[in-house]
Design a protein around this ligand. Structure first.
Ligand SMILES: [Zn+2]
Length: 272
């Protein structure tokens, strides 16, 4: 626990909020940060709600943020932690995966982009204001580590060789029972046009480095070990679970997710 005598006791003194972009329907895309990101100062960026209907990703980031403030976890925040809980605010309002233009934002990045994706990728890469906002923030502020939350493949999925040590650090933070609903994916098919693909394979900062990026896919059912392959109806399964008792789902997933996020914030990417 933090020693309050040596750390800020007012949450406002170490949580800053700013708008990094605007959605198609003029909703703000907000970033909360423990200290202002400065270009090349390192830090960790946590992103949720890229798919507007994946509501657990938003709740889990907000609960992690609350916990940082409540427990005054300045030990985790020696480098900036930036949290974008809701990258697709229009999709959230419409309870839809896609944005207001019907585009899957996680297929709209300029990395392996294809016009013929299974999910609607948009007319061209970066056609959507939400993806441009993420691009501009990341290119300008150059976080060392990026974690994007999604549901519901139940996996810790790094993109690019530079991301594997970060994924392993998150995995190592879990007990065997925490791990059961997940798998660590150490390679596999990259998702075309995704944030992970762009950060992991296409993006290079001016100093030649690239961020470590991990997609954290929440489990479709936290009560059972992750089957491989997943059942075809895993998304419907989680959606039903969520409709019936969202609080139960959050309670069952929060511990492991918070552990992984804390491990990611603490991880020193430059030491690898
Ligand atoms: Zn998703």
């Amino acid at each position: 626990m933090a020693d309050l005598s040596t750390s800020n006791t007012s949450p406002n003194r170490w949580l800053f909020t700013r708008q990094i972009g605007t959605s198609r329907e003029n909703r703000p895309i907000l970033l909360h940060e423990t200290a202002p990101f400065k270009a090349a100062s390192g830090g960790t960026l946590l992103i949720g709600g890229v798919h507007g209907d994946e509501r657990a990703t938003i709740h889990l980031l907000l609960s992690f943020q609350d916990r940082l403030l409540r427990e005054n976890r300045v030990d985790l925040a020696t480098l900036p932690i930036g949290i974008i809980p809701l990258a697709n605010p229009d999709g959230f309002v419409k309870k839809s995966r896609v944005n207001a233009a019907g585009v899957d934002l996680n297929r709209n990045f300029d990395a392996g982009w294809s016009p013929k994706g299974e999910e609607p990728p948009g007319p061209e890469p970066w056609s959507e204001p939400e993806t441009r906002a993420l691009r501009d923030f990341i290119e300008y502020q150059r976080p060392h580590k990026i974690i994007a939350l999604h549901w519901a493949l139940g996996e810790v999925d790094p993109d690019g060789a530079q991301s594997l040590p970060l994924a392993r650090a998150m995995w190592d933070a879990l007990s065997p029972s925490d791990r059961a609903p997940y798998r660590l994916r150490e390679g596999g098919n990259p998702c075309p046009g995704s944030l992970g693909q762009w950060c992991g394979k296409a993006l290079h900062y001016p100093d030649g480095t690239a961020p470590a990026i991990v997609t954290l896919e929440l489990p479709f059912d936290p009560a059972i070990p992750r089957p491989d392959p997943l059942p075809a109806n895993h998304l419907e399964h989680l959606e039903r679970h969520w409709q019936n008792d969202a609080q139960a789902y959050l309670a069952a997933t929060q511990r492991a997710v918070h552990k992984m996020l804390a491990a990611a914030c603490r991880f020193n990417a430059s030491k690898g």
